[in-house]
Design a protein around this ligand. Structure first.
Ligand SMILES: [Mg+2]
Ligand SMILES: [Zn+2]
Length: 174
């Protein structure tokens, strides 16, 4: 078993663009790639957990989502950041699925695939749904409130203005 950082995509690893379907518009948040590299060096696995209702709504195709994710991975890798996996929920709220955050289905999928030490793992994201999902799975939670984006306080265990500034807190879980 090893610890994992479960991490949201939009407004956590990359800046949110509604229904992002163009790889050229992918922009990493400050320090995202190098912080993932430092977390891996400390022993964490890294898994992205992302709601992508644009698929269910017909706003983006699966191929477009994959192209955007590939571009994100390319940019992260330029700074040494590597992901173990990406789980996404393609459904809309009306689908009432088990995987759309704040439901925990994607975490369950991740734990079925990887040997996760939940006691030393954390959920990191910008939104209330990220924090609520993490708490429902008894994970430590970190809210990222990027400068200038005015995110409401989601009452996480820890709050930082970038992934980089959550690094020390996450290392404290080890
Ligand atoms: Mg987000
Ligand atoms: Zn779903």
């Amino acid at each position: 078993m090893k610890p994992y950082v479960f991490i949201d995509r939009d407004d956590t690893l990359i800046y949110d663009v509604p229904y992002l379907n163009v790889p050229d518009k992918v922009r990493l948040t400050p320090g995202a790639g190098r912080t993932l590299a430092r977390l891996r060096a400390k022993g964490f696995g890294i898994i992205v957990i992302s709601n992508q209702s644009g698929i269910g709504r017909g706003k983006i195709t699966l191929a477009q989502l994959e192209a955007v994710n590939a571009r994100m991975k390319e940019l992260l890798a330029q700074d040494g950041g590597v992901l173990d996996d990406i789980f996404f929920c393609p459904h809309t709220p009306d689908d009432n699925c088990a995987c759309r955050k704040p439901r925990t289905g994607m975490l369950e999928q991740a734990c079925a695939k990887f040997a996760v030490d939940l006691e030393r793992s954390a959920m990191v994201g910008d939104s209330q749904a990220d924090i609520d999902m993490g708490k429902a799975f008894h994970l430590k939670t970190v809210q990222i409130r990027l400068a200038g984006l005015n995110k409401p306080d989601a009452k996480a265990d820890y709050t930082a203005d970038s992934l980089e500034n959550a690094f020390s807190y996450l290392c404290g879980l080890l």
